[in-house]
Every structure is written in C-alpha cells, then in structure tokens.
Design a protein around this ligand. Sequence first.
Ligand code: LIP
Length: 293
Amino acid sequence: MATTPQSHPGASAAEPLETPDLAALEQLAIEVARACGRLIVEERPRHVDVAATKTSATDVVTEMDRRSEALARAMLRHRRPDDGLLGEEGLDATGTTGITWVVDPIDGTVNYLYGLPGFAVSVAAVTGDPRVDGAWRPVAVAVINPMLGEVFSAHRGGGARLHRDGTTAALHLDAAADLASSLVATGFGYGAERRAWQGRLVAELLPRVRDIRRLGAAAIDLCHVAAGRVDAYYETGLHPWDVAGGWLVVEEAGGVVRGVGEAPTEAFTVAGRPEIVAQLTEVARAFLPADEG
Ligand code: LIP
C-alpha cells in the first residue's frame, strides 16, 4: 500500500454516492466467499503447482488463487456492476458508486500450497480508496475458512457473526486482559531483510506474552481475535486484501484495529482489546521504520 498521512480510517474516505444496504452487501460478501471457498477446496488439484512468484521466491501464486479471484470478479460484476474492484492477483478496477470490493482469493496461500487447513477467502466492501493507507474502511465483509466450514461476517453498525454448521452466533470480545496473559498471533513477510527484524520484534515480545501463534493467514488471525481464540494479532507488511475482511469483524465484535496511528497500514497492523493494542504498539514502535515508529 502507498502511505499517506495517518487519518482516522474512512475519515478522508469518499462516502458512497448512494446509501448502500450494508446488510445486503454483507450477504453478497458471504455468497461470494462461499462460492470461492467451494472452488478452491473442491477443485484443488492433488498436487498444487506454483504458477508464479511475486516479491520473492517464497511469495507464491497458484492457479487456484487466480481462478478464485476470477470467480469473485465475475460474481461481483454481475451483482454490483458499477462498484470498484481490487484483488491480490491483479484485479483492479475503479467504480462509480463509492464502494470498492477488496478480495483476497486465497489468504494463506503457502498453507494452501502445502495442504495445511489455515487458509481463507476474504471479500470486503469498502468506502474510500483502499490503495491509499488511511483513506478507506470496510463496511461489509465475509471471511471463510472453507476447511473448517466457518464464515465470519459483519457490516458496519450491524455486529459481527460466526456462521457454522447451520447456526449463526454473534461475536463479542470479552473483558480486557493484560499483555502478559495474552495469546498473540502474528505473521512474517516474504523478504529476508523484513523477516530478520520481524524476528527481533517477536523475540522481544516472547517473554512478555502468554505465547505466540503463527497460523499463516491474516484474515483468519483477525477473525480469531474477534472470536476470542487469540487475544491480539499484529503484523507488518500486510496489504488491503489481507486486512479488509477481518478488520471489520474485529471492530464489530468490540475490538480495535489500528496501525501506529488510527488506521492499519502496510507498516503495522494490530488488533485486539484497546489496552492490549496500546501495549503491543509501544513494544513494536521501536522496531518499525522511522517514519512509522
Ligand atoms: C499471507 C498473510 C499472512 C502473512 C503471510 C502472507 P497471502 O498472505 O495473510 O498474515 O503472514 O506471510 O502474506 O500471501 O497468503 O495472501
């Protein structure tokens, strides 16, 4: 993501031209996430090949990433033809409605490549420009973990939900905990230099928290915060498609998702109860690039 002066998420974001039915957008996000989730599981080849690499030899793309994004594009174009689109695998189209769909067709691609269950499809309707840090915010989202049959969804002001086994449960973060008793999820980038200082940051945190979990998909990590499966999550180097879906699920469950400033940015994303987020940010600040720390 390009960086811009921090502002409150969505504060500088252009509002939709018409007032969308956010509950309807949430339902559409769920429908698209479920369809893409079915595709990547039911049509997963026995042996998944690497179709291409991006920022490094380990930053991989599979044909299923591309097929999932193509399916999301086709469904969203059919149902919301004038909205914008932004996806991890190259989808990028401006719209005229003030709503942009931000899609991660497979979040946790390395897990998918290795046959590990921790991968997701994230579909998020956002206002503002998701290509600019701090100038956008999600308004209706769905994140599916197709291997577990779990769908997390939310719309702004409408709460967050977990749909599983035909039932739907509201998500609410429970009372604050302290950092020392917190289970903290994180992740690491694909570049050796970034991984080196991410390793120094996690080494600094390790003696200060209950424990660390590295599950491999930001969207799932964020939804686990909302579901109380981890107490907090932080990461550096995330893109809008990694964050957009889980961001709103956490906020609508009563948590906060921030950067060093108000909005999550490529430089730093942290989520959880406000007290934990503040303590994690203070520790991370010393490890962040000077213009973010
Ligand atoms: C992944 C993120 C994860 C991060 C991985 C990777 P991808 O996204 O969801 O949090 O730790 O390195 O960036 O590349 O699987 O879509």
